[in-house]
Write a protein that binds this ligand. Structure first.
Ligand code: DGP
Length: 116
């Protein structure tokens, strides 16, 4: 069995987190190290370690992650000015937590897409 991460415990509410949205497919909570005024992580409730593990069977949850991100952005009042969505994958993507998560970042200019 692939080892679960701290995010599975957040989904099951065994560890504290500022959860802003949860349904049968996804959970969204505020990042512990926010890079901008709004920094929310949207994750599948099932454990998918990396984007490289995604299959066509995951399309419903991946679509839900996007629609929930758009909805949260509107709720946060950052949609008109815009925001960035990011999913990091493995070493070169600097993925730290091996449970796929989409970063929703905004509330201020997020800078160039890739620095350096
Ligand atoms: P990434 O580099 O894409 O794997 O980003 C992982 C993010 O997860 C990072 O911005 C910090 C956040 N994070 C790590 N552990 C926790 C936690 O226990 N709670 C919350 N809310 N966020 C966490």
């Amino acid at each position: 069995m692939i080892e679960e991460t701290i995010f599975s415990k957040i989904i099951r509410r065994e560890l504290p987190a500022d959860i802003v949205y949860q349904d049968e497919l996804v959970t969204a909570f505020r990042d512990i190290q926010p890079r901008r005024p709004t920094h929310v992580l949207i994750i599948p409730n099932t454990h998918i370690p990396t984007m490289d593990d995604v299959t066509t069977a995951d399309e419903p949850v991946l679509g839900r992650m996007l629609s929930v991100a758009a909805s949260i952005a509107r709720d946060e009042g950052i949609a008109d000015d815009g925001y960035r969505l990011m999913i990091n994958c493995r070493e070169h993507g600097r993925q730290e937590v091996m449970h796929i998560h989409m970063h929703l970042v905004g509330g201020a200019d997020v800078g160039p897409m890739i620095s350096g």
